[in-house]
Design a binder for this molecule. Sequence first.
Ligand SMILES: [Zn+2]
Length: 138
Amino acid sequence: MTKEEKAVYDRAYRARPGNKEAKKAYNNQSEVREAHAAADKAWKATEEGKISKKATALKVRCTRVGITVEYYDSLPKKCSFPRCNALKAGGMGDWHMDHNKITGKFRGLLCFTHNRKVSDLTLEEAEGVVEYLKSVDV
Ligand SMILES: [Zn+2]
C-alpha cells in the first residue's frame, strides 16, 4: 500500500458514519471491516508504516508527560537514576519517561529496572523505603 493509498483508506475510514447505529451497521459489514483491518495491517507492515507508527507512539508518549519530541530527542539516552550506568533502556527497548503521577510533570528518563522501582513512589514513600530498609538491614 502506497502512502497515497493509505491516505485514501484513512479518509474513507474516518468518514464512517459517527452515530452508534451507523457504527453498528459498519461493524456488521464484516467484509468492509476486515478489508480495513487488512489494509491497516499491511500499512503498518511497510517500512513507512512502521516509522509512522513508531513516530506517532513517541509523540503520544511525549504529550502524556508534557514534553515535545524535539526535547526528548535532545536528552542523553541514559538512565537518570543516580549511579545507574545503563546505556540501554531494557524492557521493550524505549526509555521510560518518568513523571510525577500527581502533577504529571516530566522528571527524566529511566531504564526499565529503575522505572519499575521508582515510578509510582512519592518522595515521602521513597523516604519510607529508605527508613524501612535501614531498619531491617540484615
Ligand atoms: Zn537505571
